[in-house]
Structure formats: C-alpha cells, structure tokens
Write a protein that binds this ligand. Structure first.
Ligand code: NAG
Ligand code: NAG
Length: 335
C-alpha cells in the first residue's frame, strides 16, 4: 500500500513536470477557444494560474484525441470533451474501482434452460418506473456499490410497487469484511454477500459521501435485502445474459472502461478494450440493435452522473464480449 502511494506520487510528480515542460507548445486557437467554452460550460474554477495551466494542458491533450477520433469518423461512436476532460489519468482511474480477480469466485450459474423463456429482440428497462435516476460516484472507486444497488432497487420496486433508492455509502463503509475496499474498489457480488447477511439502508437514511467513513448501518433504516445471487454465464454466453435481463431485470457486469471516459453517443466498440481484464462495474438494463449500423448493443447504466454519455448510459456492442462484458455478469434475488 505504502509503495503504491509512493509510486502514485512519483508518477504524479513526473506528470506535473511534463505538463510544465510541454506548456504552450504547438497550441492553436481551437485549443484556447475549446478550453474557454469548456470552462464556462462546466463552471470550472481554479485556485491559481499554475493550477489552471496544468488543467488546461490535460484538457488540450484529451481534446485533441477526442477531435481526432470524431474527425476520422469511421468509428460507430462519438466522443466529447465532457466534464472529465481536464482530469488527470490518476483522477480518471478513481472514476472506476472494480477489483478484478482471475480466481473464479464460486457461485451458482443460471441454466441455459432460461432461453426457453420469453426473450424479446429488444428490452429497455430505462422506460420502467422502477428504474432509479442515474447516480454519480465522484472521485471514489465505489462503482461496485452502485452496480450492487440498482438490481436490488429495481427488483424490490417490482415486488412492492414503490421505488426506494438504497445506500451506496452503506456498502462503501461496511462491506470490507466481505473483500471490498471502500473507495479503493470492490465487487458487486461481494456487496451482495454483505447485504445478504446484514441488509442495506435506504439512500435517504444513509446518504452518499464519496469517501469512506465509519460504518453506520442501522437496522431501523432497513431498505431491502438479498437472499442469493448468481452468474448469468461463466462461458461468455451473451444470449443467456439477454434472457436474464428480460426475465429478472438489471444485470451487474464487470468491464474494462479504459476508453469510456469521453463517450458521447453511438454504439461503443473498439479493439483497444480488453476482453479479459476489468476495472469497472456497471449495470446492463436492456439491449437492442442499432438501426443505422445494424450493430447489436447492450444498454449499460453507468455511475458517472446523468451528464455523461447518453443521459448517464452507454450503448456497448453486444455479442463479441466487448470490454469483457460477459466475464462476470451477476444478479441477485432481492427483497
Ligand atoms: C431478507 O428478506 C427475507 C425475505 O423477506 C427475510 O426472510 C429475511 O429475514 C431477510 N434478511 C434480513 C437479514 O433481513
Ligand atoms: C478475446 O479476443 C481474442 C481475439 O479476438 C479471442 O481469441 C479470445 O477468444 C477472446 N477472449 C474472450 C474471453 O472473449
């Protein structure tokens, strides 16, 4: 841990030094105009000129990559210099926070018999009144807690007829014994192991802080529970995943989100995404096929706020294990 911190600081120091060295080289008027627009659109404020210079350098680098991607225009998706465009790589990492593991975590797997049930060509659970608004994890590696709450919130709402949102902070603060690490990452299925034993408080009673604090679970603020969880597939079978979404609701998945930060629209598909290792947890809430490109997609709910992507969602290419989407697809049975 200490070594990691040192390495992080060393990396930051080098990054800062490089930012100063590269300052203002090759900058053109588009960069300046884009920066001014970005600052006012996202109400960015800086402590002093040096801070602003560092942020601007980061922005310019990102903005050029984004413009290049969009200009080439061969891709099925567009990027945009969104609110994260002046964040350093270390900060962008904090937007994720899944602890990947290659060791198989034991758990039941859905039988492929589920394919005999009704599996429509398209499903969009965003249209359901049981789908909560998209949330924002901030600079805390707590994606797994957001991936854990959505399926419980949704299933519980279907059963009770009432949407009550649940506490990610509860999971961040209290599920360490189950293998999670607060703002330093975790897994949705480990959060469910916690919720299975203890329960989870409502969002209202235990609001999100974006940093790890003392566990304050209180039985009197009970918001729901999980009696079990299962894998949709252990063999990258995206047809079974479809059937699970159609028949059980939101499905938590692990993904490689290294190229997701500046996603804007279209069906995300890139050869640079890993199909093996993952660093982020998100939730599949539907699927379909893009009319113009004919690409099949998943509708994926993120926890980067509703300003990001398509009102907080991304369309991810389906059927090719894009970004390792089928590596760890899990869902709970929730009450
Ligand atoms: C979870 O819900 C089930 C079903 O309602 C209930 O039997 C069980 O006692 C609950 N567990 C906890 C820890 O509250
Ligand atoms: C990952 O992609 C490679 C190259 O396309 C392929 O051979 C491999 O089977 C894929 N692995 C998984 C787990 O999807």
């Amino acid at each position: 841990m200490k070594l990691q911190v040192l390495v992080l600081f060393a990396t930051l120091a080098v990054a800062v030094a490089q930012d100063f060295l590269q300052e203002d080289e090759n900058r053109d008027s588009t960069d300046d105009a884009d920066w001014e627009r970005f600052k006012s659109k996202h109400k960015k404020k800086f402590k002093n000129k040096d801070r602003e210079r560092i942020r601007k350098n980061t922005f310019v680098q990102h903005n050029r990559q984004i413009r290049k991607h969009n200009q080439i225009g061969k891709s099925s998706y567009k990027l945009q210099a969104n609110q994260f465009a002046d964040w350093s790589n270390a900060e962008l990492e904090q937007l994720k926070g899944e602890i990947d593991t290659d060791n198989e975590i034991p758990g039941p797997v859905v039988s492929t018999d589920i394919l005999r049930q009704s599996v429509p060509d398209a499903v969009d659970l965003r249209k359901s009144s049981c789908m909560p608004d998209v949330k924002y994890q901030g600079g805390c590696g707590s994606c797994y807690s957001f991936a854990a709450t959505t399926p419980i919130e949704f299933q519980r709402c279907l059963k009770t007829g009432k949407l009550v949102t649940l506490s990610e902070e509860n999971i961040v603060d209290c599920s360490q014994k189950y293998g999670n690490a607060g703002c330093n990452g975790g897994l949705a299925l480990r959060a469910w192991n916690y919720v299975k034993d203890i329960g989870i408080n409502t969002e209202e009673a235990y609001p999100y802080q974006g940093e790890e604090t003392l566990c304050e679970y209180s039985a009197s603020n009970y918001g729901g529970n999980v009696t079990s969880w299962a894998y949709a597939t252990r063999s990258n079978d995206e047809e079974v995943m479809k059937a699970v979404v159609a028949n059980y609701g939101p499905l938590a998945v692990s993904i490689d989100a290294n190229d997701w930060e500046f996603y804007s629209s279209g069906v995300f598909s890139t050869p640079t995404c890993s199909n093996i290792s993952t660093n982020h947890a998100v939730v599949i809430v539907g699927y379909g096929t893009d009319e113009s490109s004919k690409k099949p997609y998943w509708i994926v709910r993120n926890s980067w706020g509703s300003e990001w992507g398509q009102d907080g969602y991304i369309y991810l290419e389906r059927g090719v294990n894009m970004c390792a989407v089928s590596k760890r697809a899990v869902f709970p049975t929730a009450y």
